[in-house]
Ligand binder design. Structure first.
Ligand SMILES: [Fe+2]
Length: 137
């Protein structure tokens, strides 16, 4: 999950970079979503640090992968930005729900953090879905 969040920061960074050139009306919204992903990455990092768990290996690798993906999808058009957002966030939401179930009776702090993050994921997914109607994963 920590690695996924780092990757997500990269994806939104890539989307924002292209939006700054071609879709300036999207910048504020993408900035806000990118900020959420930065927070999610920090939250998981803090939870892991407090438990003596090693951080994700080479976070820059995950971030660069996300940036490349974000740039490529954004170059395909504004609909592609929102479609990829809807699909990625739906996948991450599924993973986080599994994680929330796992931690529910094991670690209430992690469980609560995941539930909070899930709210923002749902909001991101809705924005992506509303801006690119259609089926997704
Ligand atoms: Fe996130």
């Amino acid at each position: 999950m920590h690695a996924c969040e780092k990757g997500a920061t990269g994806v939104y960074w890539g989307h924002r970079a292209i939006a700054k050139v071609f879709y300036r009306d999207l910048i504020a919204q993408l900035d806000e979503m990118h900020g959420h992903e930065v927070e999610h990455y920090a939250i998981f990092g803090q939870l892991m640090k407090a438990r003596g768990v090693r951080s994700v290996i080479a976070p820059v690798f995950w971030c660069v992968g996300g940036i490349l993906y974000g740039i490529v999808t954004a170059l395909a058009g504004r609909r592609a930005i929102w479609r990829s957002t809807a699909v990625i966030e739906s996948i991450v939401t599924r993973e986080l729900k599994v994680a929330a179930d796992f931690f529910e009776n094991r670690d209430s702090e992690i469980h609560q953090a995941i539930l909070r993050i899930l709210e923002e994921k749902a909001a991101h997914m809705a924005v992506g879905q509303n801006n690119s109607p259609g089926q997704h994963a």
